[in-house]
Design a protein around this ligand. Sequence first.
Ligand SMILES: Nc1ncnc2c1ncn2[C@@H]1O[C@H](COP(=O)(O)OP(=O)(O)OP(=O)(O)O)[C@@H](O)[C@H]1O
Ligand SMILES: [Mg+2]
Length: 237
Amino acid sequence: MIRLKDVCKSYNRGRGEVHALDKVSFEIGQGERVSLLGRSGSGKTTLLNLLAGLDRASSGELEVNQQDLVSCSSVELDRYRQQTVGVVFQQFRLVKHQTAFQNVALPLMFAGLSRAKRRERVLECLKLVGLDDRAGHRPTEMSGGEQQRVAVARAISSRPKLLLADEPTGNLDSRNAEQIMDLLITVQAEVETTLLLITHDENLAGQYTKRILRLSDGRLQQDTGLTLASEQSDLDS
Ligand SMILES: Nc1ncnc2c1ncn2[C@@H]1O[C@H](COP(=O)(O)OP(=O)(O)OP(=O)(O)O)[C@@H](O)[C@H]1O
Ligand SMILES: [Mg+2]
C-alpha cells in the first residue's frame, strides 16, 4: 500500500538547509494499522504531508496505492489527495461557518457523486461517528471531541484507501482521546482502510497498534515490522 525508499525532504531556511527527512525507507501493507512515533521536530508531520500529497519529497521513491507521488503531475497529485487519502489533524481544521453536514460533504464535491448519493454518504459517515443528529450544527456549537468526530467523518467520506491521523487526540482530554482512538479503529475496519497514526504518545501507540515506526532527527530509527492480520485482531479483541 505504501512504499518509501530513501525518501529525503529538506527545507531551505536562511542560509542553511534543514534535513527534515533523511533517507527514510519502509513499507506498509494494505489494511495495516501503524503508529509513527517521534519527538517534536523529528519529521512526523513532514512525512505525513508527503503521504497526504500536500508536499513533495526532495528525493527518493514514494508510492501509495501504486501511485508514484514523486514524479506525478500536479493534476495527478490533486486527484490523489481527493480520492486516495483522508487526513485527521490535531486542530480538527473544520470550516467554522459550515455545518457538520457541509464539512463532511466537502471532499465529495470532486467525487462525481449525485446530490442524493452525496447526502446519503454524508449521513452514513456522521452516523458512524455518532453525530447524525448534529448534521445541522456548526463547529462552534460542538465540543472538541465532537468536532474531532466530524473531522473523522470528513476524512473517511470519500472512502480513502489510506487514513492519516496527525496527533488526532492532542487537543482532547483523556476520555475524549480514548473515544476518538476507538472510533478510528472502528472506522478503519468499517471502510477497510490502512491507518497511520502519528503521535508522540508511547502509551497510545502501544495500546492501539502492534507495529511502530520511530523517527529521530528525520531518520527511521526503529520499525517493529509488518503486522500480520492475526496479530492485529489479537489487539482488537
Ligand atoms: N516549512 C518548513 N520550513 C522550514 N523548516 C521546516 C518546515 N516544516 C518543518 N520544518 C523543520 O523540519 C523539522 C521536522 O518538522 P516536523 O514538523 O515534521 O516535526 P514533527 O515531528 O511533526 O514535530 P511535532 O511533534 O512538534 O509536530 C523541524 O526541524 C522543523 O523545524
Ligand atoms: Mg507535527
